[in-house]
Design a protein around this ligand. Structure first.
Ligand SMILES: [Zn+2]
Length: 167
C-alpha cells in the first residue's frame, strides 16, 4: 500500500486529533505506535520515519508525515504565530481578578485578562506555556475559558490561574 502525503493535505491534516494514530518506524525496522517527545528529532534526523492513519473519510489510508515542520507546529514543538495567534515576545498583559470570583483566596481563581501587545489567544495551551516561561504563571488549561470583545476595546479573556503564581 502506497502511503498518501500528509503534506499534500496541508493544514487540513488532523495532526493533533485524538483519532489520528501515529506509527514510527526506526531505521532498523522497529515499529512503534504513538509518538513521544523524541519522535520529531528522530524523524528529522532520518533515524526513523513517521506515518499516521487518519480514520474516517480516509479510513483505509496510511499517510506519511512528510512535512515535519507542520507536524511540529501542530504539536507546539515549533511555535506557530498563525495557528496560536501569539507572537513570540513578552506579552503586554493587563489582568485583574474576575469580579465574579466568589472565592478570591482559593488556590485557583478566575481572572480577566487583556493583551495590549496585539496578540489573540487561539490556543490556550500555547499561551499558558508562554506565560509560564515569561512570568511563572500557572494557567489552567483543562477547564473552560472564554473571550469577549466590546467594540473599540481589546478582547477580554476569562481564564483560571493558580493565585500564587500571578504577578
Ligand atoms: Zn503578545
Amino acid at each position: 500500500m502506497q502511503p498518501r502525503s500528509a503534506a499534500a493535505a496541508g493544514r487540513d491534516f488532523p495532526y493533533t486529533s485524538r483519532t489520528t494514530c501515529y506509527i514510527e518506524i526506526s531505521e532498523g525496522g522497529t515499529v512503534s505506535h504513538g509518538i513521544d517527545s523524541g519522535t520529531y528529532e528522530r524523524a528529522r534526523s532520518g533515524k526513523s520515519s513517521l506515518y499516521a492513519v487518519w480514520p474516517g473519510e480516509w479510513s483505509s489510508h496510511l499517510f506519511v508525515i512528510d512535512d515535519l515542520d507542520e507536524y511540529a507546529r501542530a504539536h507546539g514543538i515549533i511555535h506557530d504565530q498563525g495557528r496560536t495567534g501569539l507572537a513570540e515576545h513578552e506579552h503586554l498583559v493587563r489582568w485583574k481578578l474576575s469580579p465574579d470570583e466568589t472565592k478570591p483566596n482559593a488556590s485557583y481563581v478566575d481572572i480577566e485578562l487583556e493583551l495590549d501587545c496585539g496578540c489573540v489567544i487561539e490556543d490556550l495551551r500555547a499561551f499558558a506555556n508562554q506565560m509560564r516561561t515569561q512570568r511563572g504563571w500557572d494557567i489552567a488549561t483543562s477547564g473552560g475559558w472564554s473571550s469577549s470583545t466590546r467594540q473599540g476595546h481589546n478582547t477580554t479573556y476569562s481564564l483560571r490561574a493558580r493565585r500564587k503564581s500571578l504577578s
